[in-house]
Design a binder for this molecule. Structure first.
Ligand SMILES: Cc1cc2nc3c(=O)[nH]c(=O)nc-3n(C[C@H](O)[C@H](O)[C@H](O)COP(=O)(O)OP(=O)(O)OC[C@H]3O[C@@H](n4cnc5c(N)ncnc54)[C@H](O)[C@@H]3O)c2cc1C
Length: 527
């Protein structure tokens, strides 16, 4: 057979250039964008934009700025150590992509599939329009089980085929083989002082050392210490606002900012379970790790809700509750934010949040129930102030939980938490309350427990009578719940957003069994 060269024209493909738009995925391990971009692009440009509109939005706070800044610093240092430079800019994303494109046209834009607030949802649409206009292929990588624009039902069907949360994590790609970035593309981005001085909203904010550190190596340490040590007391431990700081996984901020992937957590959890097979403490560990895993599973379920209903920060999922009457008194809102309601457990939680950005699930549920049922503040009114205080702010979980705890989803149990009961059950010695409310430092536990009924010198008197106010709000909610129209709409909402197919109908209200078990494990019956 002849091997002589033919006259065929050899087409030399131009080198592919890919931009990795870093959003909330500040990691190099198990990063599908980085992995794919490295495999397909000859030149990969890691790119981050401090987006003015996102930072100026009402749900964004200095806690988030610090988390993102640390996460970005950790990532760019990791990349730099492997010979890869990054471009970090300030502005609006479309204008910055345009600028980059004018300096160096690229073929592909990689980013992870983000389910963010309404602003980022609209921003993403603008990015898609820009990509279509200039002919850039935007590839959104999605290692989760959340379906773009899909419903809970579609997600359930997809999970029957494969659980994307349980796929093996991707290794760090061979970054040294990448073509170096041209110098005119590299930008280092501002340091903390410069960054906070650029935005009037953040001027004068100093670095807060009470917040947990957010970068990839801190995420690994947190997971490791949880799975090998702290986690044994998880079951039971996470109900207490004291113990949850140690016995909770404390992974929520890492998962929210993407310094660790959910797949990596599942992967390490499985490995740890194997190691524990011969352990003496196996029973205790198993109980705790089962409880932990069940919470991990809920992440995508709630994020899917926002994905299928992006207007969730403005509208209740269940339109039957759209006109529910709230007082929305700005003074009560301020008292709640500052932790000056006269209810020690509520005030301690709010002050703890303002300092540390963290609170356990039970106490988060309690402060929301107090605001909505006691102060008659709407979930919409408290959404942004509370989001600002959560270091782990994840819009899908946050908005779903807000609406659930406010009782406006329609198919969850109505729960009004008693702050006094929470105090007696979870802080009987008053350690948590005294730590955050110095005015009560010298008071006995009995005095703190009775704060609702008596005036304590130097501490705020109660702002409202919780019992009577809650009764009033509950009756408004039950009126809608029992109405024929309310039931019809709730049925539809459950089909679209419930965690499984409706199992049974009781008194006309469709209940969702699996979802309830999560809450039962946080405490039984009385709240
Ligand atoms: C009103 C309200 C708002 C909330 N807002 C957020 C938020 O913005 N971001 C956030 O991550 N969590 C939120 N949660 C859920 C929960 O309170 C926190 O995830 C948890 O307290 C974080 O502690 P941890 O990291 O030790 O989690 P663990 O208890 O160890 O749980 C492990 C992980 O599972 C996930 N998870 C835990 N509980 C839930 C849940 N109920 N639904 C979905 N996923 C869950 C989180 O990613 C968490 O890190 C909210 C809860 C309430 C009641």
């Amino acid at each position: 057979m002849s091997t002589a060269p033919t006259n065929a024209v050899v087409v030399v493909r131009e080198a592919m250039k890919a931009v990795w738009w870093i959003k909330r995925d500040f990691r190099i391990y198990d990063n599908h964008c980085l992995w794919d971009a490295c495999k397909k692009g000859n030149l990969v440009i890691p790119f981050f934009c401090w987006e003015k509109s996102v930072l100026n939005e009402g749900d964004y706070s200095s806690f988030h700025l610090q988390a993102q800044w640390e996460a970005l610093l950790g990532l760019t240092t990791n990349l730099q150590n492997r010979g890869v430079a990054t471009r970090v800019v300030i502005g609006e994303i479309v204008e910055q992509l345009e600028l980059l494109f004018s300096k160096m046209p690229f073929d592909q834009l990689y980013s992870h599939q983000e389910t963010g607030n309404l602003l980022t949802f609209k921003r993403d649409r603008a990015v898609q329009r820009w990509c279509d206009k200039v002919g850039v292929d935007w590839i959104e990588k999605n290692p989760s089980s959340v379906i773009r624009g899909g419903s809970a039902h579609q997600r359930r069907l997809r999970l029957k085929i494969a659980d994307f949360r349980k796929q093996a994590p991707l290794e760090i790609p061979e970054l040294r083989k990448l073509q170096p970035l041209p110098v005119e593309i590299i930008e280092k981005g501002p340091d903390w002082e410069k960054l906070t001085s650029i935005f009037p909203k953040f001027r004068g904010f100093s670095y807060n050392s009470n917040l947990s550190k957010i970068d990839e190596s801190s995420a690994l340490k947190t997971l490791d210490s949880f799975l090998n040590d702290r986690g044994i007391e998880y079951s039971g431990g996470i109900s207490s606002p004291n113990a949850a700081f140690k016995n909770g996984s404390r992974l929520s901020s890492h998962l929210a900012w993407g310094t660790m992937s959910l797949c990596s957590v599942f992967n390490q959890l499985d490995k740890r379970r194997e190691e524990l097979l011969d352990s003496e403490d196996r029973g205790k560990w198993n109980r705790s790790l089962r409880a932990f895993e069940s919470r991990l599973f809920w992440r995508d379920h709630f994020i899917q809700r926002l994905e299928s209903f992006p207007e969730m920060e403005e509208k209740s999922l269940n339109s039957a509750y759209a006109d529910l009457k709230y007082e929305d008194d700005p003074d009560k809102l301020q008292a709640w934010i500052k932790g000056e309601t006269g209810y020690p457990m509520v005030d301690a939680c709010m002050r703890c949040l303002a300092h540390t950005g963290f609170l356990n699930f039970r106490m988060r549920a309690m402060v929301v129930s107090f605001a909505c049922y006691g102060l008659h503040l709407s979930w919409k009114t408290i959404h942004q102030p509370l989001a600002q205080m959560f270091h782990d702010y994840e819009p899908g979980i946050h908005l779903s939980q807000l609406q659930m705890q406010a009782g406006v989803v329609g198919f969850n149990a109505i729960r009004v938490y008693s702050p006094t009961k929470q105090f007696l059950d979870h802080d009987p010695e008053g350690r948590f309350v005294k730590r955050w409310i110095p005015e009560l430092e010298k008071r006995t536990s009995a005095e703190i427990a009775n704060a609702e009924k008596s005036i304590i010198d130097g501490y705020s008197p109660i702002l409202v009578d919780l019992k009577s106010r809650a009764k009033e709000m509950k009756s408004r909610i039950f009126e809608i719940r029992k109405s024929v129209g309310g039931k019809i709409i709730t049925d539809k909402v459950l089909k679209k957003h419930g965690s499984r197919k409706p199992l049974k109908k009781r008194k006309g209200v469709v209940e969702n069994k699996r979802q309830m078990t999560l809450f039962k494990t946080f405490g039984s019956g009385k709240t």
